[in-house]
Design a protein around this ligand. Structure first.
Ligand SMILES: Nc1ncnc2c1ncn2[C@@H]1O[C@H](COP(=O)(O)OP(=O)(O)OP(=O)(O)O)[C@@H](O)[C@H]1O
Ligand SMILES: [Mg+2]
Length: 504
């Protein structure tokens, strides 16, 4: 019995303040006692410290803990938290953090469908994202995918749903005529062009001058656009670059025609340009140099222009326009489905160029609000560097005008058909791709995956994903961020956009 208190004291000093396993009465009592002792000790320490500084009439009870915290390591201040390194493979990381998904692009914009990974709604509006998302430098969109995957349906949904936001939609070339029902449903306008149809468009129409530009600047701008159009039409028909003398001939012919037309108060026509090119005397006289030389140099050009005036496109683009551009119309489409299918699609491509030029010149009003220009079936244009050049010049302007371009192609390698590596055509096509901050990739054939991955900088997982996408599902790369999105269609949209009707 005599050694019991000593043993108890020894045990108390060696054991911690709280015993984690002390569940019996004795150990609980011992723990309480030790706590009371510790509190009393702390109080007397604090009281001692306070006595050194405070006066004797200090009546308030001493705080339980020193105001500046406990001294030494027990303060838990100033000690670095040291955790051991932890390494794991990405396979394990994917298992450990399986539910990471993109946060999305916010809720501003039109509803597209379901973000498959995040199981959330996916909305998109390039105008809302511009300036907000890092790396989103332009509103243009590239949409690529194999036949029948729902590219046009997506483009039509974007157009149709954007109209509710007050945006206008323009489709400068609709080779299948599939946009006309959409325009009709929205109360918009469609212009059908083809042999025997009354529709005419003059691609040399000049747009009204924006208030911010002077007469001279605007005249210079219109001249530049017309030259670019004539140059690319000639280049497409001739299948080669123009020679320096041919450029001069085109310049001189255009200036002659414009001066004459201005004098008579009408708009110049492609037919006027063709007949001036075909008249060596007029050209030489207007150029005022090297009699006979310019006329000879322009012979090929004259034949190229003749195709637009007397060939298979006769009448469609060489007469005053039958449609006035209505900036209040929600949608305007140009239906080229009745151009007639000859094996070679040069006629269609020329028509697409003239139609786009006409429409784009009408869209130069910077107060025209936010607008979409949809180039459906743009892959047909890719093989013609002259057209790419015109298109790129237009795209450069579009950001300042509040225009978003949407270009629909089949394969990413369509861009490579523009020319060999290092050629001007290839550089132009790659420039167009670089000018699209949003790239939407629908299913690609397996032999296309490499080209797609290289051109778009896809990861191996993304490249694998685009080989297995179903209809309406695409990989959206928005300024470097990735989403897999299922485009959802309303039943009315489905009926309106159906291009498979004849297959059912
Ligand atoms: N998200 C979708 N959900 C259900 N059906 C869809 C969806 N997208 C498209 N479709 C249907 O698939 C068919 C083909 O679509 P669409 O014409 O848009 O394909 P496309 O990729 O433009 O083809 P092409 O390359 O021939 O122009 C249409 O009949 C359309 O109704
Ligand atoms: Mg289509």
């Amino acid at each position: 019995m005599s050694h019991r208190p000593a043993r108890r004291a020894r045990r108390a000093s060696a054991s911690p303040l709280f015993t984690p396993h002390g569940t019996d009465r004795a150990s609980r009592k011992a723990a309480r006692r030790r706590l009371a002792e510790a509190v009393a000790k702390a109080r007397s320490e604090v009281a001692g410290q306070a006595a050194g500084t405070a006066t004797a009439d200090h009546e308030s009870p001493a705080p339980l803990y020193p105001p500046s915290g406990r001294p030494g390591p027990a303060s838990a201040r100033g000690n670095r938290l040291r955790l051991p390194d932890h390494r794991m493979t990405t396979a394990i990381a994917a298992g450990a953090y399986p539910f990471l998904a993109e946060g999305g692009l916010g809720a501003e914009g039109i509803y597209i469908g379901r973000d498959v990974h995040a199981e959330a709604s996916f909305v998109f509006d390039p105008f809302a994202l511009y300036g907000k998302v890092e790396g989103f430098t332009n509103p243009n969109v590239l949409l690529a995918g194999v036949i029948g995957q729902g590219k046009s349906a997506l483009a039509k949904s974007i157009g149709l749903r954007s109209v509710a936001f007050g945006y206008r939609v323009y489709v400068p070339c609709d080779p299948k005529g599939e946009w006309s029902p959409v325009a009709a449903a929205l109360g918009g306008t469609s212009v059908a062009l083809g042999p025997g149809l009354p529709g005419r468009l003059n691609p040399l129409d000049a747009a009204p001058r924006p208030a911010s530009l002077s007469e001279t600047d605007w005249a210079g701008e219109i001249r530049k656009r017309r030259l670019l159009l004539l140059g690319s039409l000639a280049r497409t028909v001739l299948g080669r670059d123009l020679l320096p003398m041919e450029h001069t001939a085109l310049d001189v012919a255009l200036d002659t025609v414009v001066t004459r037309a201005d004098d008579s108060g009408r708009t110049p026509l492609l037919g006027d340009v063709a007949s001036t090119l075909n008249s060596p005397e007029q050209l030489d006289e207007a150029a005022g140099l090297m009699s006979g030389r310019l006329g000879d140099a322009a012979r090929d050009l004259a034949h190229a222009m003749r195709r637009l005036v007397h060939g298979d496109l006769a009448g469609m683009f060489d007469a005053p326009s039958t449609v006035a551009f209505d900036p209040d119309s929600p949608m305007l489409t140009i239906d080229l489905s009745r151009l007639g299918g000859s094996g070679d699609d040069t006629a269609l491509v020329l028509a697409m160029t003239c139609a786009s030029a006409w429409m784009e010149s009408a869209l130069t009003d910077p107060r025209g609000g936010r607008r979409w220009i949809v180039y459906d079936e743009a892959w047909r244009l890719m093989r013609h560097p002259g057209l790419l050049q015109r298109m790129q010049a237009q795209w450069k302007l579009s950001r300042g005008l509040g225009i978003a371009n949407l270009m629909v192609i089949h394969r990413l390698s369509d861009l490579l058909t523009a020319g060999d590596a290092g050629s001007e055509g290839r550089a132009l096509a790659e420039g167009l791709l670089a000018d699209c901050s949003t790239r939407i990739i629908y299913r690609q054939e397996t032999d296309q995956l490499h080209a797609a991955a290289t051109l778009l900088g896809l990861t191996s997982v993304e490249a694998e994903a685009i080989a297995h996408l179903n209809r309406g599902r695409g990989l959206w790369k928005v300024a470097g961020r990735s989403f897999i999105v299922q485009h959802l269609l309303h039943a009315h949209e489905l009926a309106l956009f159906d291009t498979d009707a004849r297959m059912h």
